[in-house]
Design a protein around this ligand. Structure first.
Ligand code: SAM
Length: 302
């Protein structure tokens, strides 16, 4: 850890409780969230960590160099991206074990979230290195916070597969979940993706299209899923920039939709037997899925 000011006293930021500690902190890996657009969206603690780290491991050293320069920080940078993470992880862990402090950043938002970083973190943890997250911007959470969906739960999916058969299979596996689904998508695929969402998840669901969050052309639009394609097509600007797509969860009926026979048998059994036994017998008699029967049995019991 670079020392600023008198040894052991820390910088002004540290004394205010914002920053990192001094010597006893040597040999840690900090996972530092950076802005997803607006360069002001970075915490005082993140800036202190970046200023004092011996090395900043960055997905793209130019992008991070720009951010650091904006905040007046001169740091030593090293590239760590999806193509070299495997080799570089071992080297960086060795440096941390030798007492150096490394800050890991990605191009935007939180490292390891649809971004490189998880491998270095895993290697560091395996080697007994302390890993400290420095939380901050994340596009999915920012979009969720401004979506206004009354969803108590959401599932972060990130990027769907690019090929249509694989994307269809992924969406079919998500179709019945009663949770809001959060996707990342690139601008050149957003229309195709929205069409697939409508076709596979059902056009009556709500979608929130969050574009260019925290940037000049930030826009958040919600509509029925089957209207989203036309809305995007109505103005080419609507297909530009970075996107988070949030789709409301499967309606309750869809997730509780047992076949009639399974529903009838389950009700009969529940009237006579304990819940677990009823579920097991009903699964054996009707071939319905145990987890679906179990969820339905809980509903009926309540
Ligand atoms: N690690 C990042 C995070 O914490 O959100 C995500 C990185 S991922 C490689 C990039 C994707 O995140 C973009 O393609 C887009 O789907 C989403 N994203 C990033 N910044 C965004 C923004 N300002 N507005 C909307 N979506 C954004």
């Amino acid at each position: 850890m670079k020392q600023h000011g008198k040894s052991g006293q820390g910088t002004q930021a540290e004394q205010r409780g914002h920053g990192v500690q001094t010597s006893e902190d040597a040999g840690k890996l900090y996972v530092v969230a950076t802005p997803i657009g607006n360069l002001g969206d970075i915490s005082a603690r993140a800036l202190a960590v970046l200023a004092q780290a011996d090395l900043v491991a960055a997905e793209d050293t130019r992008t991070t160099g720009h951010l650091l320069a904006h905040h007046g920080i001169a740091a030593k940078l090293i590239a760590l991206h999806e193509h070299n993470e495997m080799q570089r992880a071992a080297e960086l862990v060795a440096r941390i074990k030798a007492g150096k402090t490394i800050a890991l950043v990605s191009d935007a938002g939180t490292p390891g979230i649809s971004d490189p970083g998880a491998l270095l973190v895993a290697r560091a943890r395996q080697a007994g290195v302390t890993v400290c997250p420095i939380p901050g911007a994340n596009a999915a959470v920012a979009a969720m916070s401004a979506a206004g969906l009354s969803a108590p739960h959401f599932l972060f999916y990130g990027f769907l597969p690019v090929k249509s058969a694989a994307r269809r299979a992924a969406l079919e596996a998500l179709r019945e979940l009663p949770y809001a689904l959060v996707f990342y998508e690139a601008p050149h695929r957003v229309t195709e993706c929205v069409d697939a969402l409508a076709a596979i998840l059902g056009g009556e669901r709500e979608i929130v299209i969050a574009r260019e969050l925290t940037k000049l052309f930030e826009a958040i639009h919600s509509c029925r899923l089957d209207q989203a394609g036309a809305w995007l097509a109505a103005d080419a600007n609507r297909q530009r920039g970075e996107f988070v797509l949030i789709v409301s969860g499967a309606p309750a009926e869809a997730s509780a939709g047992l076949p009639d026979e399974a529903e009838r048998v389950l009700r009969l059994l529940l009237a006579e037997l304990p819940l677990k036994q009823s579920v097991a017998l009903c699964a054996a008699i009707t071939g319905a899925r145990k987890n679906e029967l179990y969820a339905r049995a809980l509903e009926l019991r309540d």
